[in-house]
Design a protein around this ligand. Structure first.
Ligand code: UDP
Length: 327
């Protein structure tokens, strides 16, 4: 396949590019490098520095590179920022994606589209594990904008035959350190890289957001899924769509929940270092527990997370931290 990867210089996108190249697909990356990193784009891919909202540019790429499928990762992803600066999210995630979709709709052979969505479309769940039919009540502009794009895909699919898959990631984690790829968010807000920074001595302590949640150890539970498993899921979704499979939304998780304290203990085991923690008030908008029901992706896409051991996920993220520290 010839695949256009928007946001291919970012965390999940760069792992996708590596996965596509390893499977001998042709890859064109479109990234404005606002948060991504040029050196994260695999050497075998073509990097076009530009805006996914530039319909003429995307139309030219679809036509000239004869693109079969698009993986659309480029987006703003910080929940708290979306609350204080929603226009960045409505413009960046919705308006730009609609502009990209204009090019898709008008392409001589419209490509299939795999969209990075999120568990944040559900909001606080009525029950866990969460299946794809669970009511959608996003609690931040970030979640709202991802859901809005899903809705656009649904209606464009119905009316115009666009083939699409929305992949709702739970908590992306891990790295492919051997390939020089990992998580590099600035500022970093995600749990595993923060705990690793504490182990590394780059931060004094981890503030645990809430220790009186209704969970066995009082801390929040999340479903951490390896970024390479996410990339494999995108590849499975591309094959599914290109073969004529039905469009739809799929949860991507492991189906297993881990508490903040379990993550801290995994980091201590993997690094052999003690992690200092402090107790902080709950963070606004954090639900107690988010765990995916993963049967649909397995049944329809034939995908299941394989790298599910928490210690192994943390070990991969640690290998990346050590490598990044060495420059
Ligand atoms: N968390 C925490 N301290 C931190 C960062 C995160 O206690 O400094 C908790 C957070 O409340 C959540 C879990 O770790 O329960 C995962 O948070 P993250 O920001 O990594 O992902 P999210 O689930 O918000 O997408």
């Amino acid at each position: 396949m010839r695949v256009l990867v928007t946001g291919g210089a970012g965390y999940v996108g760069s792992h996708m590019v590596a996965t596509l190249l390893a499977a001998s697909h042709d890859v064109v990356v479109l990234d404005d490098l606002s948060t991504g990193h040029r050196d994260a784009v695999g050497a075998g891919a073509e990097l076009v520095e530009g805006d996914v909202g530039d319909t003429a540019l995307v139309a030219a790429l679809l036509r000239d590179r004869r693109i079969d499928a698009v993986c659309h990762f480029a987006a703003k992803i910080r929940v708290e920022e979306s609350v204080s600066a929603p226009r960045l999210y409505w413009q960046g995630n919705v308006v730009r994606t609609l502009a990209l979709l204009e090019a898709v709709l008008d392409a001589p052979t419209p490509p299939a589209l795999v969209f990075s969505s999120t568990a944040a479309v559900y909001g606080t769940p009525d029950e866990v594990p969460i299946d794809e039919e669970h009511p959608k009540r996003p609690e931040s502009p970030y979640g709202e904008t991802k859901l809005a794009v899903e809705r656009a895909l649904e209606s464009y699919g119905r009316a115009h035959g666009v083939r699409w898959a929305a992949l709702r990631y739970f908590n992306a984690a891990g790295a492919d350190a051997g390939a020089g790829l990992g998580e590099r968010h600035e500022p970093e807000t995600h749990l595993i890289p923060i705990v690793l920074d504490v182990a590394l001595g780059a931060r004094p302590s981890l503030a645990i957001y809430g220790t009186a949640w209704p969970t066995p150890d009082g801390t929040c539970i999340r479903d951490y899924v390896h970024v390479l498993d996410l990339a494999d899921a995108h590849l499975a979704a591309l094959h599914h769509l290109v073969r004529g499979g039905t469009s739809g939304a799929f949860n991507l998780g492991t189906g297993r929940g881990r508490s903040v304290r379990e993550v801290v203990h995994a980091v201590e085991r993997v690094t052999g270092r003690a992690v200092k923690v402090t107790e902080a008030p709950p963070r606004a908008g954090d639900p107690a527990e988010l765990v995916a029901k993963v049967e649909r992706a397995e049944r329809v896409l034939g995908w299941k997370a394989r790298r599910t051991e928490l210690d192994a996920i943390v070990a991969d993220a640690w290998a990346w931290k050590l490598r990044a520290k060495q420059g």
